[in-house]
Design a protein around this ligand. Structure first.
Ligand code: FES
Length: 581
């Protein structure tokens, strides 16, 4: 047998040597069971890289990840490491009930524990569908092993009757058209087979696209990779390079705590605003920051992001899709336009600053990616509202809201649960008009539980038929990144955690002032003090008796801090508490 090259030089202690080094019975057992194809030199101190793989047939957006993992493996081998496929909890946004967000923290907890429990020196994180990248980054942050994310990429653009279909966004639009009577049910169903053209996640600037790009802006992705369509061969090339990089990162001890800084998170917020990304990124970035001990608040999104121009004309705020975005120059072309707003010291997984990668970036299609001089909107980003209806804040995305509703006073029409809303929203006798404010509560982290994406409630059918296309909607839940409208979401504290949203009554007046950052219930304070939540409101809150849901409801934090479980915030590092015996 030819002599094998030795392991890469490393000044960083190899965790895996704690399992495989030595001649005692335990190291014998660890090596022996891993020798199914692994040669002796696999245990000579070379880094063992786990490929945290969220491939699953039930997560269609990530179903191609085994092929991606093969490319990562080749890169790891080539750099002198040992790649190991590690299937981790996978969350498919469209299938998992009641909402994938209920399981984000569970996926993060399970991944963290398996990263720590196994003989692993570094990580390649394969994520795509909405919650998978956030969960993996939370886990990697808490275990603090060298880690690089490979975003699985968006799907190619599907068309229906010659028109591009935005996955997700156009489902909302088409279903509203059916309800308004302007599209037949048959045509609606026929569009279904055109929506998902290829492997990959949703192709709008929804949560999956946003989190892939934001992960790169954070510095946790091989620069230039995020946004590569899932079906593009360059994804496999970059996956290969990420495998090589993971080995290098282990050798240099480049852990998440060495890469990430407050500046990284502020860069991510700048990117989030400039791309017009999903509001879900607020909750996820807060949770990731909590894992690595970096101070970040909801207000940072408003302070840093709200004056940033919107430079990307992508659905749901605009016209194009992710394939167009990648063709037009991708994330680096956008970031180059706002380079002066980025922290030049914030690093990436390569060890170099993010800004170092922007020199050669160009915009190839100025319809899709705008210059700073000609933005789609002068101000994008997230606005955080406060008031007697949201003492700990609420989030709104002005770019997705209607101009005429940015300042609004209207009569509340209150729903106590999603079921209540569905039962009554289309009732012809519902006392509602275009100026009404729809309020949906019981949808926060504790109340539902899991904070579902229901804040963009459907409009009452009778108003849709009358031509109304947007109304002010207020909710303690989240909104799909592919949705749009004047929607105030993440109201904190939620109704089920004692928030004043529980006290609103149908007929009360609500005042929204996005420019003034206010959300108020126009009820005298002395009257509000005397109010108690209606028994029907309280009865609609979740009250799980066992299992994960019970643990979740008892320990989950509010949206304004990232909705992580209280005992998962922070890091435990990579040390195991006890050796195996
Ligand atoms: Fe997976 Fe949209 S359903 S990203």
């Amino acid at each position: 047998m030819p002599e094998q090259p030795g392991p890469p030089e490393s000044g960083y202690p190899q965790r895996s040597s704690q399992w495989y080094g030595g001649t005692d019975r335990n190291s014998y057992i660890h090596r022996a069971w891993m020798r199914r194809g692994l040669p002796a030199h696999a245990f000579d101190g070379r880094p063992h890289i786990a490929i945290a793989n969220t491939a699953s047939d039930l997560t269609p957006c990530n179903a191609h990840f085994n092929e991606v993992a093969e490319s990562v493996k080749q890169g790891v081998y080539e750099a002198g490491g040992i790649p190991l496929n590690l299937p981790v909890v996978s969350l498919g946004e469209t299938l998992v009930r009641p909402t994938a967000m209920l399981w984000r923290n569970m996926a993060a907890m399970a991944a963290e524990e398996m990263f720590r429990a196994n003989p692993i020196d570094g990580l390649v994180l394969l994520g795509g569908c909405d919650k998978t990248i956030p969960a993996l980054l939370m886990a990697a942050g808490s275990v603090d092993l060298p880690a690089v994310v490979v975003p699985g990429g968006p799907m190619l653009t599907g068309t229906f009757r010659g028109v591009a279909l935005g996955c997700g966004t156009d489902v909302w639009r088409l279903s509203e058209e059916v309800r308004a009577g302007t599209l037949s049910q048959e045509q609606f169903i026929r569009s279904e087979s055109s929506m998902i053209r290829s492997r990959g996640h949703c192709n709008t600037m929804g949560t999956a696209s946003t989190m892939g790009l934001v992960a790169e802006a954070l510095g946790m992705v091989l620069p230039g990779l995020a946004g590569t369509p899932a079906a593009d061969s360059r994804l496999l090339e970059s996956a290969h390079a990420s495998g090589r990089l993971a080995v290098e990162m282990v050798a240099e001890g480049r852990t998440p705590s060495a890469v990430l800084s407050r500046g990284s998170f502020l860069n991510a917020i700048v990117a989030l605003a400039a791309i017009g990304g999903s509001t879900n990124a607020v909750v996820h970035l807060l949770a990731i920051a909590g894992r690595v001990g970096i101070e970040l608040s909801q207000d940072d999104f408003d302070r840093t992001g709200s004056e940033i121009p919107l430079l990307v004309d992508l659905q749901p705020a605009g016209r194009f899709l992710m394939e167009d975005f990648f063709r037009a120059g991708g994330l680096h072309a956008v970031l180059r336009e706002v380079r002066d707003l980025l922290d030049p010291t914030a690093l990436t997984v390569t060890g170099k600053p993010l800004v170092d990668y922007l020199d050669t970036a160009d915009i190839w299609d100025r319809e899709v990616i705008r210059t700073r001089a000609e933005p789609l909107l002068p101000h994008a980003g997230i606005a955080v509202l406060y008031g007697n209806l949201a003492p700990d804040g609420a989030v709104v995305k002005p770019a997705a809201a209607s101009e005429h509703l940015l300042q609004h006073r209207g009569r509340a029409v209150v729903f106590d649960s999603v079921e209540d809303m569905h039962a009554r929203i289309d009732d012809p006798d519902l006392d509602v008009d275009a100026d009404s404010v729809l309020v949906l509560r019981g949808c926060g982290p504790k109340g539902y539980p899991g904070m579902p994406e229901v804040a963009n409630m459907p409009l009452p059918q009778k108003l849709l038929q009358a031509g109304v296309r947007d109304m002010v909607r207020i909710c303690d839940g989240r909104m799909s990144g592919t949705a749009y409208g004047t929607v105030v979401l993440h109201v904190s504290p939620e109704a089920a955690a004692g928030g004043p949203l529980a006290l609103v009554r149908t007929g009360d007046h609500i005042v929204l002032d996005i420019a003034g950052r206010r959300l108020d219930l126009d009820v005298p304070p002395e009257e509000l003090l005397l109010r108690q939540p209606d028994p029907a409101t309280v009865a609609a809150y979740a009250a799980p008796q066992r299992g994960w849901e019970k643990l979740y409801v008892q320990t989950v934090g509010q949206a304004n801090t990232g909705a992580d479980l209280d005992f998962l915030v922070g890091s435990s590092g990579a040390e195991v508490s006890r050796e195996s015996h």
